[in-house]
Design a protein around this ligand. Structure first.
Ligand SMILES: Cc1cc2nc3c(=O)[nH]c(=O)nc-3n(C[C@H](O)[C@H](O)[C@H](O)COP(=O)(O)OP(=O)(O)OC[C@H]3O[C@@H](n4cnc5c(N)ncnc54)[C@H](O)[C@@H]3O)c2cc1C
Length: 467
């Protein structure tokens, strides 16, 4: 996804006049929206999530070498070496190798060939989804290891396919990286109500079965029968090619504020990169990095710098709206916490305020205030004196043009209204014109509302017909 965005940013800055660009990708075909993999797991054609077709690369004079793994860079000779024996000279190399799923070293996880035992799957690529989809049948049972975003998303898709699904989560709450105890409990109740079982505070100790998976054993000794085991226990940066090239690597490939590694001519960004001690696991920072890198490499703004990202997530987890940003809990004695708990609706809103500024927020089940909270959090603006009132007013307040609707692409309501007024008054046209809705897609409901609420530009053909 990072490379896809970098290419867009480079093309926008006419970088092809300066560089001949080649993309090496281990996966088949061009770029796709990984965030929408759930659709492929649910049965949609992989093409439905493709963001760059081979024609796009051709049309922009960019060479795509797909199904090709880069083994290493010979940084002294400035040559890319691929696993299938190709080599190609470069002036500048950019590594955007992403992350790989963590495979816990559990007894029985691997088959005799050292590969994952049949029936055990990771969830990262189109290939993973197709293999999983071909394997499952309605009525099968699945155990998902991990109650974070990916675990819950895969659980929901499998449950909708007719499987009996249990999520096993070592933490006592679901999505513990984004939610506190109350938020996690609200989410768990809604998840269980949707037909998915959750075993919280439990770990899987072993996988059993003959040739294929038959089930898992938990740390309390109970066993859960399973035809399918999905590993969603986290990711770690993919640094194999960087290591083989002798680049400095810690958790991720070490980069500075220009996204450069210590080796001249070699850059890294996205989930594989470590910047100021941080690696990221969501797409917004990857896109911010891509914009800076394009500025630097194209020469459009060589002084642009990446200073780190403020993280916020807005997701639909297994049908439940969740938004989270900043810190989960108060960190200083003077931090102020405002909570609204709606037990009957399993809805929860929480703000953490420091020095009259928002340093954290989480919303479960009722996310209407997200866009305004993100704006306050992102800009560090002062919040009104009575924060509770603020939270309530936000739901009713008239939306302002500067309000960000698409958080992935930072598209404001004003920009969307302008695009609609200029004729982009259908969902595909609006997404195309503004990029809004093409990230995680969670803002599409709001886009539809904006399209419907705005008076349409009269179509001259319709006027003629009417006349
Ligand atoms: C199922 C799923 C749902 C997600 N949902 C969300 C969401 O709702 N919101 C959100 O913000 N984020 C989400 N994410 C995370 C988001 O997809 C990532 O943040 C984003 O893809 C990272 O982009 P990247 O370019 O760094 O890595 P990737 O998109 O992983 O791309 C890296 C590419 O490099 C290739 N590669 C690696 N090594 C080599 C090599 N040596 N040679 C050639 N090619 C190589 C890989 O095969 C891969 O195609 C989700 C992820 C998954 C898996």
């Amino acid at each position: 996804m990072g490379t896809c965005r970098l290419l867009d940013e480079l093309v926008r800055r006419d970088a092809q006049s300066r560089y001949e660009i080649t993309v090496f990708g281990e996966e088949r075909g061009g770029a796709y929206n990984r965030i929408l993999l759930g659709k492929v797991l649910a049965g949609e054609a992989p093409d439905s999530i493709v963001t760059k077709t081979p024609e796009w690369y051709d049309a922009h004079g960019i060479r795509l070498t797909s199904s090709t793994q880069v083994k290493r860079l010979d940084t002294r000779r400035k040559v890319v070496e691929t696993a299938d024996g190709q080599s190609r000279r470069y002036d500048i190399a950019v590594l955007a190798t992403g992350s790989q799923p963590l495979v816990p070293p559990l007894e029985g996880m691997l088959g005799e060939d050292g590969e994952l035992r049949p029936g055990v799957f990771v969830y990262r690529t189109i290939g993973d989804c197709i293999r999983m989809r071909e394997y499952v049948r309605p009525g099968d049972s699945a155990v998902v290891l991990g109650g974070g975003l990916l675990g819950l998303e895969s659980a929901k898709v499998l449950s909708d396919l007719g499987l009996h699904v249990t999520v096993v989560q070592s933490a006592k709450i679901l999505m513990n990286a984004q939610l506190d105890e109350i938020g996690g409990e609200m989410l768990a109740r809604q998840i269980e109500r949707s037909g998915i079982f959750a075993r919280l505070g439990r770990t899987v100790e072993a996988v059993y079965g003959e040739e294929r998976v038959g089930g898992v054993v938990l740390d309390d000794g109970t066993s859960l029968p399973a035809d399918l085991v999905v590993l969603a226990c986290g990711v770690r940066p993919r640094v194999d090619a960087a290591r083989a090239s002798g680049l400095p690597v810690n958790k991720g490939i070490l980069v500075n504020d220009t996204l450069a590694t210590e080796v001249p001519g070699v850059y890294a960004f996205g989930e594989c990169a470590e910047h100021r001690g941080k690696t990221y696991g969501i797409v917004a920072p990857v896109w911010e990095q891509a914009a800076v890198l394009a500025d630097v490499l194209s020469g459009t703004n060589p002084q642009d710098r990446y200073r780190g990202s403020k993280l916020y997530t807005r997701l639909k987890v297994a049908g439940v709206d969740v938004a989270a940003m900043g810190t989960l809990e108060p960190e200083l004695e003077t931090d102020q916490v405002v909570q609204i708990v709606e037990e009957r609706r399993d809805a929860y809103r929480k703000l953490i305020i420091r020095d009259e500024r928002l340093v954290g927020a989480m919303l479960v089940g009722n996310t209407a205030a997200t866009a305004t909270l993100v704006q306050l959090f992102d800009r560090g603006d002062k919040i009104p004196e009575d924060p509770l009132e603020l939270l309530c007013q936000l739901r009713e307040s008239a939306p302002s043009g500067a309000r960000i609707v698409c958080n992935c692409h930072k598209v404001s309501e004003g920009a969307l209204r302008e695009a609609i007024a200029a004729g982009a008054d259908s969902m595909p046209a609006l997404c195309d014109a503004t990029k809004a809705g093409t990230g995680c897609g969670s803002c599409k409901g709001e886009l539809a509302q904006l399209i419907n609420s705005q008076p349409k530009k009269p179509n001259p053909l319709q006027l003629l017909a009417a006349g």
